[in-house]
Ligand binder design. Structure first.
Ligand SMILES: NC(=O)c1ccc[n+]([C@@H]2O[C@H](COP(=O)([O-])OP(=O)(O)OC[C@H]3O[C@@H](n4cnc5c(N)ncnc54)[C@H](OP(=O)(O)O)[C@@H]3O)[C@@H](O)[C@H]2O)c1
Length: 311
């Protein structure tokens, strides 16, 4: 019987779901840990599906409701925390409060280890040039808060999700049998691509050596690809000629503002930051090299990911 209860936030989502899968299927880790998957609505099909996994219990709790978090953490040994960016005027305050509440209750409940899905501070790395990439900055601030608490912790900074190829970076048919990826970034802008579900590889690496990983950030990427190279990879994987097209920034902003003004503001700054500084700042290539070299374990390539999609 596993002796340690491991709490997983975002269990019905991409990152948390992958952590649940890891801990319920890995032959070694599943002997050491049982999973407590946190869900907001236990009747949701994605939550019900978790109940059927071996060694997995579900608990109803909400990061916006601190009292409910005591239920999630009671008697647990460690946890994986992912906070959620909701693009409205309260993004920063709401997400910071979520991270702070979870970390505080984890400490109160006596947890030994917290793994947080972090991101770097765009404000700091860009020397205040980009100050509105709240989805990054808030995670950096939560990370700093956790570092100040009496609990061991480790952090995973994920690059650009390959899953963005199904939305913001989606290759779209242009009518002549070819596909096009379009954003306002120049074609030589480099992106750090990672399958969101491969976070399990990094969580496994931390749980194999928790003491060695204490206080560390793993910078996660499977490949560093320019937008032109990304389009070429899609061509190879789909057999359909795919090109990258740089749109005028004003047109791209208007397109995004029509969807969500806060998302547009955050994202336009994020794309500017990617162009000028790179996703993890000026040292990003060095930071992601161990991940790209597969030092933590095997990762899905963009080509493998795209082969499973239908454009
Ligand atoms: N897109 C990218 O390239 C990228 C890269 C790095 C980091 N990120 C970050 O990744 C995060 C999203 O992670 P993801 O893609 O794994 O999530 P996801 O698939 O969008 O799922 C969100 C998860 O969070 C849970 N959740 C939402 N609000 C909650 C609350 N108030 N209390 C408890 N649980 C809550 C949801 O659970 P329910 O079942 O209860 O709804 C769901 O399991 C964002 O913060 C984003 O900034 C994104």
């Amino acid at each position: 019987m596993p002796s340690k209860v491991f709490v997983v936030f975002g269990a019905t989502g991409q990152q948390g779901g992958a952590v649940v899968k890891l801990l319920t299927s890995d032959p070694v880790l599943s002997q050491e840990y049982s999973v407590r998957a946190v869900v907001r609505d236990p009747s949701k099909p994605a939550a019900v599906a978790l109940k059927n996994l071996p060694g997995c219990e579900i608990v109803q709790a909400d990061l916006d409701d601190k009292v409910s978090l005591y239920r999630a953490f009671e008697g647990a040994h460690s946890a994986f925390l992912v906070t959620n960016s909701i693009f409205d005027e309260h993004l920063y305050e709401r997400e910071y409060a979520q991270g702070q509440a979870a970390a505080d209750v984890a400490v109160e409940a006596g947890l030994k280890y917290l793994i947080f899905s972090t991101l770097p501070s765009v404000r700091k790395l860009s020397s205040n040039r980009y100050t509105k990439v709240w989805q990054f900055d808030v995670k950096y601030e939560i990370e700093q808060y956790i570092r100040g608490l009496p609990i061991s912790s480790a952090f995973i900074a994920m690059g650009c999700f390959m899953q963005n190829l199904t939305n913001a970076l989606k290759p779209r048919p242009v009518g002549d049998g070819t596909l096009e990826i379009a954003t306002s970034m120049p074609p030589d802008t480099k992106l750090l691509m990672i399958d969101a579900t491969d976070i399990s590889v990094f969580v496994a690496a931390i749980l194999r050596e928790p003491d060695a990983c204490q206080g560390k950030i793993i910078h996660a990427a499977a490949e560093l690809r320019s937008l032109d190279e990304l389009a070429q990879t899609v061509s190879l994987a789909t057999g359909k000629t795919t090109r990258y097209r740089q749109l005028p920034a004003t047109a791209f902003r208007t397109f995004m503002e029509d969807m969500n003004p806060t998302f547009a503001e955050d994202s336009m700054e994020m794309l500017g930051y990617y162009q000028e500084f790179g996703c993890f700042g000026p040292n990003m290539e060095e930071l992601v090299q161990p991940s790209i070299d597969r030092e933590y374990g095997a990762l899905r390539s963009v080509q493998e990911y795209v082969k499973e999609l239908d454009f």
